[in-house]
Design a binder for this molecule. Structure first.
Ligand code: GDP
Ligand code: CA
Length: 307
């Protein structure tokens, strides 16, 4: 079975690990968000692709939830002591990857090729593609002004309510090489339990990708990132409440109108399934506490599709 999965960073990466465990890893293509990408201290950081790379290579920090295990912070401490820009947390090990990527991009290598090279070097068999090689940047509109995503999320700790989300550059962005082919030849398409607005949203803002999903010939199954109407981590619940008017499964499904056939929801949300219309609910436990839980959730999402 060939699977294409659209994914953000940490929540998506947990799920993608489950998929890679449930299937032949090489049959899984991950299409990762790049709307969060940021240039800081002269390096290009792709936080979501990096979360996916580290998780799939098994070198992610489980406890912190992001970045690499065994990380040290000497470079950032030096930056800080020299009065440099230190708001974006870059570990020493992490920096090594950013240096390699930044140099390759500066030499004209597309992000998709660099990502493939990094994945291969890390021994990853799952296929990992950025949604686009073009520059797409997420902006958040708030009462305090408009902020680039990382400034809103990291520097301001996403304390300002998001009144709107925009994707600079998305109108002209093309899908990265391999993305449309992977979606078009998949037996099932999945949307990871990632933030619908700022993780899956920037991927779907690439018109070719949205069109590929809208005209799919195979089932598309989304996994809700909410449990009991609350995000496991991050601002997804607040964003849904503010921008969609609620945090029920129907509100999550509403983010993907016309694009999904089923929604995997947590048992805690089983009593709140009104308004899903043509979207079939699949109720299961969705908290990915360990390897077993990740694989079971992946299997539930795959099982939701008629073989
Ligand atoms: P980011 O790009 O690093 O912010 O990560 P994602 O957008 O991919 O994932 C963030 C979302 O993952 C949040 O909305 C969380 O609620 C969700 N999430 C994290 N862990 C879990 C889990 O174990 N189960 C479910 N259902 N959602 C999760
Ligand atoms: Ca992200």
């Amino acid at each position: 079975m060939k699977v294409s999965v659209l994914s953000g960073g940490v929540g998506g990466a947990r799920f993608v690990r489950g998929l890679a465990a449930a299937l032949v890893p090489a049959d899984v293509t991950v299409v990762g968000n790049v709307g969060d990408d940021v240039e800081v201290l002269g390096v290009h950081v792709s936080p979501d692709l990096d979360s996916l790379l580290y998780a799939l290579a098994g070198i992610n920090d489980e406890a912190r939830g992001w970045g690499r295990a065994g990380e040290t912070w000497n470079a950032l401490e030096t930056v800080e002591s020299l009065g440099g820009e230190a708001w974006f947390r870059l570990g020493d090990r992490d920096l090594g990857l950013h240096l390699v990527r930044t140099q390759a991009l500066a030499q004209g290598e597309p992000l998709s090729q660099v990502t493939e090279r990094l994945a291969r070097a890390l021994g990853i068999e799952t296929r990992l593609l950025p949604a686009t090689d073009d520059r797409v940047r997420t902006w958040i509109d708030t009462a305090a002004g408009a902020f680039p995503f990382q400034e809103w999320f990291v520097a301001r700790g996403h304390r300002d309510d998001a009144l709107g989300v925009r994707f600079e550059g998305a109108d002209d962005a093309r899908a990265a090489p391999g993305v449309l082919d992977a979606i078009g030849t998949a037996d099932v398409i999945l949307l990871a339990p990632s933030n619908p607005y700022v993780s899956i949203g920037p991927i779907l803002a690439v018109a070719e990708i949205r069109a590929a999903l809208a005209s799919r010939q195979v089932p598309c199954v989304a996994v809700s990132p909410l449990i009991g109407g609350r995000a496991v981590k991050g601002p997804a619940d607040r964003m849904l409440a503010r921008l969609a008017g609620g945090t029920s499964p129907a509100h999550v499904a509403g983010c993907y109108r016309g694009l999904i056939d089923a929604l995997v929801v947590d048992e805690a949300d089983a009593g709140d399934l009104d308004g899903l219309e043509e979207v079939r609910p699949i109720v299961t436990r969705t908290l990915m506490t360990d390897e077993d839980a990740r694989r079971r959730l992946a299997e539930a999402a795959l099982g939701a599709t008629p073989a």
